[in-house]
Structure formats: C-alpha cells, structure tokens
Write a protein that binds this ligand. Structure first.
Ligand code: FAD
Length: 474
C-alpha cells in the first residue's frame, strides 16, 4: 500500500541507461513521483577517484542521460558528496518511501549500499536492489568445493552451464516525473563538477572518436554485429582495422547492458551462433571473470593476487624511461603507436595493450601498479576490475596469468598483426614513409625524428627471465 504523499527514488550509478535498467523499471512501475539521482562520490572510504579520461566520459554520459530523461518528462538530479549520506538527504527531502538501485560488486561500493539498506530497514523505507551489470553475479558461480574460480575456462563453463541469461527489459514506457518542485532542493550543475579538462583541454581526440551515452552504445553494437563480428576471430588481433566492438567504455558506464549485448547476438543468430561471434561473446565472459576476481579480492588494484610476487625485484623506473613509455617514445613502433592511441583517443587495442603492458612490466621490469595507474587515468574504459586483473595477468602475478616466460616481443607482434604497418603509420606518422619491412625496425634505417630503442630486447628479456626465475627459486 502506498500513501498519497509517498514518492520513490532511483539511484543510478554505473548503469547510465534507460534500456534494460531493472531498478528504473521497477521504480517507474510504482507510478509514484520519482526522483532519479546520480551522486558524484569522491569522499567515501575506499572509493577510487575517476581518472581524467573517465571524468570526460562521465560528463557526456550524464548529459546524454539527462536529455533522455527530460524527453520523457523526468529529469536527472545531480548531487555530490559521500553517497550514503547524500541519498539519505535526498530521500528525506523528497519523502521517498521506496529506494531502488542496481547492484555493484566492488567492496567500498557494497559497504555503502549495505549500510543504506540497513538504514532504510530501520527507517521504514523499502530498499530494492537488482542484477543489471553482470550476467552472472559473483557469489552464484562457485567451484565444486564452494570457492571462487581461479581459471577462466572452467569459470565460464560453469557460468554457462548453471544459469540462463535473462531477457533484457525494454525502457520503461512511462517514467513518472519528480515530486512537486520545492520538495527537492535544486541539484548541482554538471558544469560545476569540472569533469572536463581545461587549460589545456586535451579531449579533442576523445570527442572525435566517441559518442558517450546510450544511443552511441546501441549504434556501436549494431554496427559491430552487422559488420566485423562475423570475422572477429581474425579481426580482433589486427589493431589497424576496426575488428572489435569498442563497446568497452559503454559497458564500463553501463550505457548498454551485457544482457542486451548477449541477446542482441542471440536474436541475430537464433539457430546457432557462428564461431567468430562465439569468441566475441566469450570476451564478455572475461569481463565477468575480472569482476568475480575483484569481488573476491577487493584489493586487486593494489595487491598481488599471487602473494609470492610480493618478493619480486621490480626496478624503480627512471623518470625519463617512464615518460618515454607514457608518451610513446620507446623506439618500438607497436608500443609507441599503442601508447599514442591511448593518449589521443582514450582507448587502445587489446593486443597492443598486452604488448605495451608487457614492455613496461617485463622489458623495463616496472611494477605493474605503475602501468595500471597510468591506464586508469588515460583509458575511457578504465574499469575497477578489468584494468587491474589484466595488468596482473600480464605481470604473471594474477589469476590464470600469462606464464612468466611469455614476454611479448613488440617487433614480432607488429610484423605479425600489423604487417602492412597501417596502425603504425596512423599513430606514429614519423614512420609513415618507411616501407612495410623497415617500419617494424626503424633503427635499422634510422629515422631522424624517432627515438632509438629504449632498451635492447634480448638483453632486457634475459634480465626479466632471471628476475622471474629468482622468484620461482624462492
Ligand atoms: P571487444 O574485443 O569487442 O570485447 C567486447 C567486450 O568484452 C569489451 O568491451 C570488454 O567489456 C570485454 N573484454 C574484452 N576483453 C577483455 C579482457 N581481457 N578483460 C576484461 N574484459 C574484456 N578492459 C576494460 O574494459 N577496462 C580496462 O580498464 C581494461 N584494462 C586493460 C588493461 C590491460 C593491460 C589489458 C591487456 C587489457 C585491458 N582491458 C580492459 C581488456 C581489453 O583490452 C578491453 O576490454 C578491450 O580492448 C576493449 O575493446 P572492445 O570493446 O573493442 O573489445
């Protein structure tokens, strides 16, 4: 039973969409005046502040969401501060008797949500939470002995064998407007959050590459399924082509739901999913795997998953070495093209991420946390689970990690996956005039504006192998 003066509140977080948003749908279905709120929380204990590129994305994503809500007679209320406290205040101001949100899986976020749920219970409010951002919630996928999975393949097999992936929900047909004006103090102005870079504004390349928001996300999915998905098995390895979906920042901010992606594939291929598209679908599984790792290892971004790595002899990188890596001036074209792609567009191709990360961690023997932090600040898809899990995978300190002796050779990788040098030419224009052979090893020709290799590959490889061997020998 609801009373005449009751209202409802839905708190949106990394689920900045109207489509397949179970919390929003359930809140709207009550038919009560509805407050839709987003809180920028940089204060609660343990919350990792966003990096520069994700701040840029968030600004535009909130703008898109706000317009979509206004088009339906609703509006987005923005607040800033410790989220638990802010939500209590907004609930009190609006007379909310019902709170709704979609679940989160990081420890600090879960602490906030659990405390809020407890408070709601004590205060006579009804709080309801939903599964929206992961296909399989971490606590539902367990090994035979009840523990979490440490290896991807059995994890994903267990996911697929154990549960059906529910159908996505359509956006709510009607979203009730907010409570009477006056009950809710005005929200913040998005511009005042200063999420966009200024002096200098380095976001031109990001704006030229991306369309943050739900509409942009759905276009990406459609374009991908209509095109490159059919050859994903090969295309995903070629950084010079658009062979992957580029959905990662949209998934990161929940502008599209993984359920929508999953069923988008199923609808297109109701009989049998082709092998290439199946490989793409299992990449969504890696995302799930990373999140279950974070759920079970809340300190994944700061602590070695395999504790023996606490003894690893990382070298303190020299400032100029680190800057050369960050700025794409290592003298190795594939690494440099990737690092410049990251700086210009906020995204880097997965194969190149692996090569660039391996170069930092293995050839320069730099602690993976240094690279993780740089990616955190520069990626538009910087994700609390996928970023540290993948860095630890490259370093060998993580779950299901790359073996220590696997050291990506950036020259071999570049010859194999960018044979025609298309990717290298796009991001390292100094090399554009070299032929397809020389472009992978420019030091053999000598290019005036391009640096000499920062380290020798065979030597630095031997150094890395020795350090890893030392760890193994205890
Ligand atoms: P597609 O190939 O089209 O894959 C579809 C989706 O599957 C992606 O959007 C992503 O959500 C998921 N996915 C694919 N590969 C992985 C993977 N290895 N781990 C987890 N999820 C995956 N991905 C992030 O989303 N955020 C990060 O912060 C991030 N940091 C990384 C750091 C390193 C060092 C490495 C090696 C990889 C990292 N990845 C990260 C994984 C991967 O590189 C990106 O997800 C992928 O390149 C995104 O491009 P896409 O959307 O075109 O991927």
């Amino acid at each position: 039973m609801t009373s005449l003066h009751e209202t409802a509140l839905v708190w949106l977080r990394d689920d900045l969409r109207l489509d397949d948003n179970p919390a929003l749908t359930a809140a709207a279905a009550l038919g009560l005046p509805l407050t839709v709120v987003y809180v920028l929380d940089e204060e609660s204990a343990g919350i990792r502040p966003l990096g520069g590129a994700t701040r840029w994305w968030l600004h535009h994503s909130l703008q898109a969401l706000s317009s979509a809500l206004e088009a339906r007679g609703s509006r987005l209320v923005l607040r800033r501060g410790p989220a638990g406290q802010v939500i209590k205040e907004v609930a009190a101001q609006t007379g909310a008797a019902h709170l709704f949100w979609n679940r989160r899986y990081g420890q600090p976020e879960r602490n906030i949500d659990a405390a809020l749920k407890a408070w709601a219970g004590e205060s006579g409010l009804e709080a309801s939470s939903f599964q929206a951002n992961l296909l399989f919630e971490p606590w539902t996928v367990r090994t035979g002995s009840g523990g979490p999975y440490k290896v991807f393949t059995p994890f994903w097999r267990a996911c697929l064998a154990g549960q059906e992936v529910r159908d996505p929900l359509e956006p709510p047909a009607v979203i009730p407007g907010p409570p009477q004006p006056g009950r809710l103090q005005a929200g913040d102005d998005l511009d005042n959050w200063r999420l966009l870079p200024s002096s200098p504004d380095w976001s031109g390349g990001l704006a030229a590459t991306w369309t943050p928001g739900e509409e942009g996300a759905h276009h990406r999915l459609d374009d991908f399924l209509d095109g490159p998905a059919g050859e994903y098995g090969t295309g995903r390895n070629l950084p010079g082509t658009e062979g992957t979906s580029r959905l990662s920042p949209h998934l990161r901010f929940g502008e599209i739901s993984p359920f929508r992606v999953w069923h988008g594939i199923r609808r297109r291929y109701p009989q049998k999913v082709p092998a290439d598209v199946g490989i793409f679908r299992s990449e969504l599984g890696w995302r799930e795997f990373c999140w279950q790792l974070l759920y079970n290892n809340p300190e994944l971004a700061t602590r070695n998953y395999r504790p023996e790595f606490d003894r690893f002899a990382w070298q303190q990188p020299g400032r100029s070495e680190l800057e050369a890596w960050q700025q794409g001036r290592t003298g190795y074209p594939l690494v440099d093209a990737g690092m410049r792609q990251l700086w210009q567009t906020g995204w880097m191709h997965n194969r190149v991420r692996m090569a660039a990360a391996s170069f930092l961690v293995k050839n320069l023997l730099t602690d993976w946390r240094v690279g993780e932090e740089w990616f955190w600040n520069t990626l538009v898809d910087a994700d609390a689970a996928s970023n540290p899990a993948n860095w630890q995978w490259v370093a060998g300190s993580g779950a299901d990690a790359s073996p220590y002796y696997r050291i990506f050779n950036p020259v071999t990788q570049s010859k194999k996956f960018d044979a025609g040098g298309r990717f290298l030419r796009e991001f390292v224009p100094e090399l554009a005039d070299l032929d397809n052979k020389s472009i992978h090893e420019p030091w053999k020709t000598g290019v005036p504006d391009y640096p000499e290799p920062l380290v020798e590959l065979p030597e630095s490889r031997e150094r890395a192998l020795a350090a890893y061997q030392q760890l193994k020998d205890g």
